[in-house]
Ligand binder design. Structure first.
Ligand code: ATP
Ligand code: MG
Length: 324
């Protein structure tokens, strides 16, 4: 079967790194790619940063590969994530041999609940001086993210930690933790729970003690960015937005206007996102081949300037394709 992949390079370095991921995917597997527009440039032309056709492509393709959007990011990426029904944001943060990292032994995967918590969007002005925010935690969403996290951990042989603040937010995070505990029992899996503030400290000091970290929405947002700093920066970090049937894959970084157009963007984050895409499409061999090629290039070079090298995006592409 040939899976259909919607390709949305978007703005800035998205235009430079996404084509590299596409040629790597094309090298390892049999995929049908269709390219779609989104972001600032389309907005300038049409007034609309996310054309209907692009949204529909995300809703109907087997998977979507996205680059970045500039100023219009929130109006592009949030609707695209809902177009695939994303409930889990998965962000691996691991160090690689050959790359400077604060913690060369870190190998973490953040599994972040992506639909509720404080990002449910329920804010109001009580008076001119008082504003409130409602934090939503539901059993079904907590169960869905826990099931995804425990399955992912079992499949990839990681320990599980559930991050929370149930000592203060007893009703909401109490439910999150309790539900994760039930799912752990059903899976016959071990897990730990940890207060998210203490976890932030321990992730900086002892990241090797952790594997999969299942988080409510805001905690996952903050802790996964913290972990990015532990392993050597934005140019290497992939992510997946997983829905029940479809998913969207994108580098953690944005459009990087400061280096856009110079041909020196690091494509590895997007290539690793493409490897996550293969895994989602149950093409484990293809995913493994891509990751092996990436590890070899990171270990032996060439490297782009963000990693201390002098190579261009194109040279990384050639090195990857040569390894494959
Ligand atoms: P946006 O508003 O689209 O998020 P930004 O200015 O926040 O753009 P990011 O893409 O988040 O930029 O990047 C932050 C910094 O990291 C920039 O200095 C950028 O050049 C650098 N950077 C990000 N991604 C890469 C990459 N793939 N290769 C090299 N440098 C990168
Ligand atoms: Mg940014």
């Amino acid at each position: 079967m040939t899976e259909e992949i919607a390709v949305i390079p978007g703005d800035g370095i998205g235009q430079e790194v996404v084509p590299v991921a596409v040629s790597v995917l094309d090298e390892v597997g049999d995929f049908a790619f269709t390219e779609y527009d989104a972001g600032d440039r389309v907005q300038e032309e049409t007034g609309e940063p996310l054309p209907e056709e692009t949204k529909r492509a995300a809703e109907t393709s087997d998977a979507t590969l996205f680059g970045a959007a500039g100023e219009s990011a929130a109006d592009v990426i949030l609707p695209l994530r809902s177009a695939v029904g994303s409930f889990a944001n998965v962000r691996p943060a691991r160090a690689y041999p050959g790359i400077d990292a604060l913690h060369p032994d870190a190998d973490l995967v953040f599994v972040r609940e992506n639909t509720e918590g404080v990002y449910a969007g329920i804010e109001s002005d009580l008076t001119d001086e008082v504003r409130t925010l409602t934090r939503v935690i539901t059993e079904p969403a907590s169960r869905r993210i826990a099931e995804f996290g425990f399955d992912y951990a079992a499949e990839h042989d990681y320990d599980v930690t559930v991050a929370h603040k149930a000592n203060v937010m007893a009703r909401t995070d109490g439910l999150f933790v309790e539900t994760a505990g039930q799912v752990a029992d059903e899976h016959g899996a071990d897990h730990e729970t940890q207060l998210m503030d203490a976890l932030a400290t321990d992730l900086v000091m002892n990241p090797a003690d952790y594997g999969v970290v299942i988080c409510p929405n805001l905690a996952g947002d903050v802790l996964s960015d913290l972990a990015a700093g532990l392993v050597g920066g934005l140019g290497l970090l992939p992510s997946a937005n997983i829905g029940p049937e479809r998913a969207l894959f994108e580098p953690v970084h944005g459009s990087a206007p400061d280096i856009a157009g110079k041909g020196i963007a690091n494509p590895i984050a997007t290539v690793l996102s493409a490897a996550m895409c293969c895994e989602f499409l149950e093409r484990a061999d293809e995913a493994e081949r891509i990751r092996t090629a990436v590890m070899e290039v990171l270990a032996d070079g060439p490297h782009t300037p963000d990693l201390g090298g002098e190579a261009t995006t194109e040279e990384i592409e050639s090195a990857l394709l040569a390894r494959l």
